[in-house]
Design a protein around this ligand. Structure first.
Ligand SMILES: Cc1ncc(COP(=O)(O)O)c(C=O)c1O
Length: 469
C-alpha cells in the first residue's frame, strides 16, 4: 500500500513534465465532425463531366454505397460512428499525443511542440480510420469486393487490413514506382489477403492505354485511381474506395483532431499553430478540421499545410474544375490542381504525389483559413533524421513534411522572439520506407521543384472544363 501511494505521488509530481497524453478507450470520439456545417463558403458542387450539371446520388451509386454518398453531401455538424467501427478503432485508438521535449531541446526553441502519433495503427498510419468505415458501409449494403489505388502503400495496406477484419475481398492498384521501391508494403497487403498489382497494369483499359504510350511510366495516383474506378464500375459485386480527397474520407479522419483537442486540454495547452502534410489532404484535415471549427468561431490559430515542391498543388496549382484521375473517368471537382495528366517526379513521399487536393481544403485555403508551404525532399529528410534522433520515431517521408513545417514554424517564432505552441500530425511511421532513407544517406535523393514549363503543359489538360462560380 505504502509503495502504491508513493507511486501515485510521484506521478502527480511529474505531470508538469509529462511526455505522453493518453485517453481511455471510453474517451474515443463517438461522432465524426463535419466541417461543411461551419464553412464560411460552401464548396462548389461536383459536376457530371457529360452534362456539366451537379451529380446526384444515382450517378455515384455504381461506385459507392448510399451511406457514404449521403455523408459526402451531408451538412449535419456531426455524424455518429457505428458501434462496429468503434470496436475496430479500439484496437489502436485513441492514439497518443506526445510533447516533443527532446526535439525542442535539440533545436533550442522557446516554443512547445506536440505531435499526435497515428503510426500506432496496425498498418502504420492514419489511413485505417476511413478504411474501416468504408469497408463497414460497403459490407452493410451487400458489396463483397473493393477496388482501390495506393501510392506509398499505406492506403492499400489499410484497406486490405479493414477488408480482412470486416470480411470483403480487396484489389489494390499500386503506383509502379512504389511497388518497386516498397516490396515489403506489397507483402503486407498480401498478408491481409488482398491482391496487389503495379499500376499502370495490363488489367484495365486505362492501364493498357498509358503503357502503350509510356511503357516505362512510373505511375501516379491519378493513373491508379483510373484503374481502380474502371475495375469497380465494371463489376456489380465491387465498389471503389478512395483513401483521401473526398468529403467522407476527411470526415472519418476527424477522430484525430477531436482526440487531440481533449489531449491538449490534458496538457493544459492549446495550439497557436496546427501543422500537417497534404497529399489528398485526409490526415491534415483529420487533425486540423476540429481546430478550424475553433478558428471559425474566433480563435486565433495558424493552420499550415505542407507539401512537396515536386507536387506543389496548393502553393502553385490552379483552383479549377478537374478530374480526380488521369483517364477522366471520375466526376469533375473544384480543387487546386496541377492538371489530371500531371505525373509528379518519383520522389519518396509517394503518398503526396497527387495532382489535386481535397475540395474542402481548397475552399478553406481560398477563404484564408489555411496556408500552405512546399519543401524539397533533402530538407524534409534532414528534418526526419533530426526528429528520429531526438524523439526516436522514424517518420514516413510524407509525415516528415509536417515535421519540416513544424521546425520552420518554430524557427520563425524564435526569430520573431515569440513562444508558440505547435501541434503537428505525425501521420505514419517509415519502417517500410528504409530504401528512401538509404538513398538519402547515400546522397542520392534528387531535389525536384516542379518546372514552370511542365506545369503549363499539364494545366493545358483542364482547358475547356467548366470554371468554378
Ligand atoms: C503516412 C502518410 N501520410 C500522409 C499521406 C498523404 O495522404 P493524405 O493527404 O490523404 O493524408 C499518406 C498517403 O499515402 C501517407 O501514407
Amino acid at each position: 500500500m505504502r509503495f502504491y501511494a508513493r507511486g501515485v505521488q510521484q506521478t502527480r509530481a511529474r505531470s508538469a513534465n509529462q511526455t505522453k497524453f493518453l485517453l481511455e478507450e471510453s474517451q474515443l470520439p463517438r461522432r465524426w465532425y463535419n466541417i461543411r456545417s461551419d464553412m464560411p463558403t460552401a464548396p462548389q458542387p461536383v459536376l457530371h463531366p457529360g452534362t456539366g450539371q451537379p451529380v446526384g446520388p444515382d450517378d455515384l451509386a455504381p461506385l459507392f454505397p448510399m451511406e457514404l454518398i449521403g455523408q459526402e453531401v451531408s451538412e449535419d455538424a456531426e455524424i455518429p460512428i457505428p458501434e462496429e467501427v468503434l470496436e475496430i478503432y479500439s484496437l489502436w485508438r485513441p492514439t497518443p499525443l506526445f510533447r516533443a521535449r527532446r526535439l525542442e531541446e535539440a533545436i533550442g526553441t522557446r516554443s512547445r511542440i506536440f505531435y499526435k502519433y497515428e503510426g500506432v495503427s496496425p498498418p502504420g498510419s492514419h489511413k485505417p480510420n476511413t478504411a474501416v468505415a468504408q469497408a463497414f458501409y460497403n459490407k452493410k449494403e451487400g458489396r463483397t469486393r473493393l477496388a482501390t489505388e495506393t501510392g506509398a502503400g499505406q492506403w492499400g495496406s489499410a484497406l486490405s487490413f479493414a477488408c480482412k477484419l470486416i470480411g470483403l475481398e480487396c484489389k489494390v492498384y499500386m503506383v509502379r514506382v512504389s511497388y518497386e521501391q516498397k516490396p515489403a508494403r506489397r507483402s503486407m497487403i498480401k498478408a491481409w489477403g488482398a491482391e496487389v498489382v503495379p499500376s499502370p497494369s495490363e488489367e484495365t483499359q486505362s492501364g493498357r492505354a498509358i503503357l502503350a504510350d509510356h511503357p516505362d511510366s512510373p505511375g501516379s495516383l491519378g493513373i491508379a485511381i483510373s484503374e481502380a474506378v474502371e475495375d469497380a464500375a465494371g463489376r456489380d459485386d465491387t465498389a471503389y474506395a478512395l483513401g483521401s480527397v473526398l468529403n467522407h474520407v476527411l470526415l472519418h479522419q476527424t477522430v484525430i483532431g477531436q482526440e487531440a483537442l481533449a489531449q491538449m486540454e490534458l496538457a493544459g495547452s492549446f495550439p497557436d499553430v496546427v501543422v500537417g502534410c497534404v497529399g489528398g489532404g485526409s490526415n491534415f484535415a483529420g487533425l486540423a478540421f476540429p481546430f478550424l471549427r475553433e478558428k471559425i468561431a474566433g480563435r486565433d490559430i495558424d493552420v499550415l499545410a505542407c507539401e512537396p515542391a515536386a507536387c506543389p498543388t496548393l502553393t502553385r496549382g490552379l483552383f479549377a474544375y478537374d478530374f480526380g484521375d488521369t483517364s477522366m473517368l471520375t466526376p469533375l471537382v473544384a480543387m487546386h490542381t496541377l492538371g489530371h495528366d500531371f505525373v509528379p517526379a518519383p520522389i519518396h513521399a509517394g503518398g503526396l504525389r497527387y495532382h489535386g487536393v481535397a475540395p474542402l481544403i481548397s475552399q478553406l485555403v481560398l477563404d484564408g483559413l489555411i496556408r500552405a508551404e512546399a519543401y524539397l525532399q533533402n530538407d524534409v529528410f534532414a528534418s526526419a533524421v533530426l526528429f528520429a534522433g531526438s524523439e526516436g520515431i522514424l517518420p514516413a517521408p510524407e509525415a516528415a513534411h509536417a515535421i519540416h513545417g513544424t521546425l520552420q514554424a518554430a524557427k520563425a517564432a524564435d526569430e520573431a522572439g515569440q513562444e508558440r505552441t505547435i501541434l503537428m500530425n505525425l501521420s505514419g511511421h517509415g519502417h517500410f520506407d528504409m530504401a528512401a532513407y538509404d538513398n538519402y544517406f547515400a546522397g542520392k535523393l534528387e531535389d525536384v521543384a516542379l518546372d514552370e514549363g511542365e506545369m503549363e503543359r499539364a494545366l493545358r489538360s483542364i482547358e475547356g472544363l467548366p470554371t468554378p462560380a
